[in-house]
Design a protein around this ligand. Structure first.
Ligand code: SF4
Length: 181
């Protein structure tokens, strides 16, 4: 982008799966996965060492662009989340440290309550129509830190001079996000 060009262009991967209600079997698989991860956490000698530093959340116009890009193009990066959502003993070590009052039952309940009513077919059970339904404190650090190449570049370079960001997919669809701040 030149300094005279107020539009920044970003390319993101898209996906075209439709939404469907999350099934009971998917929720059961999520619960089993969480119990396995909690067992791994109990087996850890130094659970505090498993805690990963939380990635900073984008702010301002960049946050607006990231949210719009993931939501509009239905977040292909989340397709691999399945019924595990990348949650493991490191995620739950952080959850336990931040919310020491939560029992095992409470942890399972917090995750099950956050499951999307409808999720993209073949994707993560938290991958709803408006994006991820899992609060950041409960997400795997991979989810908190990961961005596709286009959005990662935007986060690195910023959008200081852009009045508008044109977000495109590889198949040519384009959406414009305008700065309102
Ligand atoms: S938990 Fe959220 S960010 Fe992570 S894969 Fe699932 S929908 Fe995507």
């Amino acid at each position: 982008m030149s300094s005279a060009d107020p539009t920044l262009r970003v390319t993101v991967p898209g996906q075209r799966a439709g939404l469907a209600p999350v099934t009971r079997a998917q929720v059961q698989a999520l619960k089993r996965h969480l119990l396995d991860a909690l067992r791994d956490l109990r087996a850890a000698r130094r659970p505090e060492r498993l805690i990963q530093r939380r990635a900073a959340e984008p702010k301002g116009f960049v946050a607006q662009v990231v949210a719009a890009g993931c939501r509009h193009y239905r977040g292909s990066c989340c397709m691999a989340g399945g019924t595990h959502a990348f949650i493991d003993e490191r995620t739950l070590a952080r959850v336990r440290a931040e919310q020491p009052g939560l029992t095992v039952r409470g942890i399972i309940r917090a995750y099950v309550d956050a499951v999307a009513p409808e999720a993209y077919q073949g994707s993560c059970v938290f991958h709803g129509a408006q994006g991820c339904t899992l609060p950041r404190p409960l997400r795997a650090e991979l989810c908190n830190a990961y961005y596709c190449d286009g959005l990662a570049r935007l986060l690195k370079d910023g959008a200081a001079h852009a009045r508008t960001v044109a977000i495109a997919t590889h198949d040519g669809e384009v959406m414009l996000v305008h700065r309102h701040e």
